[in-house]
Write a protein that binds this ligand. Structure first.
Ligand code: FAD
Ligand code: NAP
Length: 558
């Protein structure tokens, strides 16, 4: 590992891992600093029961190595956390990535040295590292948040957060478990926890829209067809707004594998239009809508484009959703509490589940609607709501993350003249292309606010960003340039565009309170952070900047 690297990278998730490979290819020396004890990032930390991907595994994989594509076997169509972590481990071994990584090192300060024109990073333990370039590959969902609930410190039982799940097995047998939160993590964990625990109490503040996930094993023939088509698939990913190819195996399809084959997210559902049904919900009669729901279930609603762009269609879809859920839950009162009524489909990231609603038909599961009976306090032995006390042995927070900006703001980043990023972003994050900030020369963010990021297949977004960053550093070296940073005008214009394209979508509806908007963190400015204009449009803009010699940036000579 180089002591005087060209580039320091913070984070060894999929972004930090690819950074090592890409920068080495460009002849740069690199050093990665990671808080955890190994690679994998999200998949290293989120080991809760039920954790898995919501993008098909064959798509949620690196594209940079055709050899890797041919070698790796995915056991399921949508991978479980442990398989994704095994993949990360395999990639790290195959490309000898750990040679340039230092683990158990949390970076607490990131400071630009004006005179030396270098970044100095300081770990929590006081170790320092320096390099002319710094890449923050710190993740969009890497800072778990635990809400401040009165009495929390008094609880005598076991406490876990889904985003910091222990590496050792957690034994829940015979225990009374409580879980707070019903976002993607909660929805994935709840059915598994119910199977393991003596009793599960679900503390729900806002009901969720969730659709059943594809749960198929990977057939060898399907995997082979993907392998044979990978170059085409990667090209299709580059052209898709969500970075997903939607490649449909044809040769390996068995009779009976009818649509819907892979219910994932709006962009990669091909039914019901494939089945001869119009793809605007409003074009269907009420009888036809009922038939579609009967035939395809909740996932059908994700296939209609107007559900996401037309308020009337959205309302119709929300009502169809609620009617369908009512039929899935035995106890009508529980069903009513599970129905989302205050916001529409498409406001939050779509949640996928395995047996979520069915879990509430189990005798060992209780739903507590915090809207009706709020938590008053956590006690030594459980949670007291306005109605009663719930005795618990284990308390699990599935309460989400300080998303997109959390890890960057916690790293105490200071740019030119000691300027703090936290001050610069007081009213919300401002970046150019989600890649750089003015006054912070040679500092790059991966999948930062203002880029498609979490609205895209993240592996596609990560590779694109690191390729761009690598090319940019290479360009500076080739042209005898020492620093690069965006002009404030480029930033302002870009952020205006980011806001403009988000306006009028379901993401920014006044009724919508999502982590995309920072609404889950008290006091966080309400700004729609990711770029909703689509990955291809964004990529072309990045390519244009690089091709034209970085006109939106300021550079200094070496
Ligand atoms: P991360 O994987 O978050 O890695 C960042 C790393 O930086 C972490 O290991 C962290 O420890 C380290 N770090 C942060 N700050 C510091 C510091 N100051 N010092 C040292 N180290 C630091 N995306 C999808 O596209 N599809 C999915 O299905 C999907 N499922 C997800 C499921 C869960 C439970 C979560 C939480 C996220 C999911 N995501 C999904 C998003 C996921 O985060 C990305 O797909 C991807 O793994 C991000 O990789 P990354 O390397 O950018 O960040
Ligand atoms: P989340 O979507 O932010 O959900 C957090 C949950 O905790 C919400 O139900 C929230 O309720 C609740 N909550 C927060 N504070 C609370 C409080 N004080 N009292 C009661 N309830 C509280 O977080 P997440 O579920 O961890 O998911 C975050 C993102 O990670 C996802 O959107 C997705 O991008 C990614 N992820 C993906 C998968 C996958 O399927 N591949 C799985 C997990 C995570 P409110 O809604 O009322 O705020």
């Amino acid at each position: 590992m180089s002591d005087q690297p060209d580039v320091l990278v913070v984070g060894a998730g999929f972004a930090g891992m690819y950074a090592v490979h890409r920068f080495r290819e460009l002849g740069l020396t690199v050093k990665v600093l990671e808080a955890g004890s190994d690679v994998g990032g999200t998949w290293y930390w989120n080991r809760y029961p039920g954790a898995r991907c919501d993008v098909p595994s064959l798509e949620y994989s690196y594209s940079f190595s055709p050899e890797l594509e041919q070698e790796w076997d995915w056991p399921e169509v949508f991978s479980a956390q442990e398989d994704i972590l095994r993949y990360a481990d395999y990639v790290a071994d195959k490309f000898d990535l750990r040679r340039d990584m230092q683990f158990n090192t949390r970076i607490a300060k990131v400071e630009w040295q004006d005179d030396a024109r270098r970044w100095r990073l300081t770990s929590e333990a006081g170790e320092t590292f320096e390099a002319p370039f710094c890449v923050m590959a710190t993740g969009c969902l890497s800072v778990p948040v635990e809400p401040k609930i009165p009495g929390a410190e008094r609880f005598r039982g076991e406490v876990y957060h889904t985003g910091r799940w222990p590496h050792e097995a957690v034994d829940l047998e015979g225990k009374r478990v409580g879980i707070i939160g019903t976002g993607s993590s909660g929805v994935q964990a709840i059915p598994e926890l119910a199977r393991q625990a003596a009793h599960l109490t679900v503390f729900q503040r806002t009901p969720v829209y969730t659709v059943p996930a594809n749960r198929k094993r990977m057939r060898a023939a399907v995997q082979q067809e993907f392998r044979d088509s990978y170059r085409q698939i990667r090209e299709m990913q580059q052209k898709n707004p969500g970075g997903v190819s939607n490649f449909r195996p044809r040769k390996s399809v068995r009779r009976g594998d009818s649509v819907p084959a892979d219910v994932t997210r709006p962009s990669d559902i091909s039914m019901p239009s494939e089945a001869g049904v119009p793809n605007r919900l409003l074009d269907l009669t009420p009888e036809q809508r009922a038939q579609v729901m009967e035939r395809f279930g909740l996932g059908a609603l994700l296939a209609f484009r107007d559900v996401y762009t037309n308020a009337e269609a959205n309302e119709v879809a929300n009502a169809l959703y609620r009617d369908t859920v009512r039929r899935m839950i035995r106890d009508p009162e529980t069903a009513e509490h599970l129905l989302p009524k205050t916001y529409g489909l498409g406001c939050k990231r779509q949640v996928l589940d395995r047996d979520y609603y069915d879990t509430f038909n189990r005798d060992n599961v209780t739903l507590v609607d915090l809207g009706e009976t709020p938590i008053e306090t956590i006690t030594e032995s459980g949670i007291r709501t306005s109605r009663t006390h719930h005795d618990l042995d284990v308390l699990i927070y599935a309460t989400g993350f300080d998303a997109m900006t959390g890890a960057l703001l916690r790293a105490n980043i200071r740019g030119r003249g000691g300027r703090s990023l936290n001050d610069q972003w007081r009213d919300g994050p401002v970046t150019y292309l989600g890649l750089q900030m003015s006054e912070f020369p040679n500092l790059f963010t991966v999948t930062g606010p203002g880029s498609p990021s979490v609205l895209c297949n993240m592996l596609v977004a990560i590779e694109q960003h690191l390729n761009w960053i690598g090319d940019c550093i290479h360009y500076l070296r080739e042209h005898g340039l020492a620093t690069i940073e965006p002009s404030p005008e480029s930033e302002q214009q870009w952020i205006a565009h980011v806001n403009e394209v988000a306006e009028g979508t379901m993401y920014t509806a006044p009724s919508c309170n999502s982590w995309y908007l920072g609404a889950n963190i008290p006091g966080k400015p309400r700004i729609f952070m990711p770029y909703v204009g689509g990955y291809p449009r964004y990529r072309e803009r990045c390519e244009h900047e690089a091709g034209a010699g970085y006109p939106g940036f300021r550079v200094e000579s070496a």
